[in-house]
Design a protein. Structure first.
Length: 179
């Protein structure tokens, strides 16, 4: 009976953290300081492959219902970057070391910056469709990139650490109860 409840708790916890991440996105925050990349990394690591990519995107979509949608072409770049981040999370499943997780969070930030600002350049009239215009798009996004990095590192640390701590506490409780 106790093993069954332990399995149920370990299955619910990733869903809970992803739900919390989606809700955190609804609270006021600095631009690009959001838990979405951390949620996608976390989902890739701790969810079954069947849910690892779709659940974080569904949470993103659900929070977009409240925040508001933007142009479909631009959304495809944003959602695509988080889909790739989820794939990085799936890779992390077998490489869960703090330095690798931190590197993955930083790489996810870089991917989001490169992909979404390419999307802004490509799909909006803000920048000329030249190499100079693309570089201007990336240059103008640097202040947002700082927030992306800080948010991704903070939320990745919180999600991964809190989940691992809960797992260790549950394991400890299980060992004590089965003595």
């Amino acid at each position: 009976m106790k093993i069954v409840s332990l399995k149920i708790i370990s299955l619910i916890n990733p869903f809970l953290i992803i739900t919390i991440a989606a809700l955190l996105r609804l609270l006021p925050h600095p631009p690009n300081f959001a838990p979405i990349a951390a949620m996608a990394l976390f989902g890739g690591v701790y969810l079954n492959k069947k849910y690892a990519l779709i659940l974080p995107l569904l949470a993103l979509f659900t929070s977009d219902l409240f925040i508001g949608f933007y142009g479909a072409p631009m959304m495809s770049f944003v959602y695509g970057s988080f889909l790739l981040t989820g794939c990085i999370g799936i890779f992390l499943k077998n490489h869960k070391k703090p330095t690798v997780i931190i590197s993955a969070a930083l790489f996810s930030s870089l991917l989001f910056y490169l992909i979404t600002n390419f999307g802004v350049w490509l799909t909006t009239p803000f920048y000329p469709k030249t190499l100079s215009g693309l570089l201007e798009s990336y240059t103008m996004a640097i202040p947002f990139f700082r927030n992306t990095i800080l948010g991704d590192l903070l939320y990745t640390g919180i999600f991964f650490a809190s989940y691992e701590i809960v797992l260790k506490l549950l394991n400890l409780k299980h060992k004590i109860l089965t003595r």
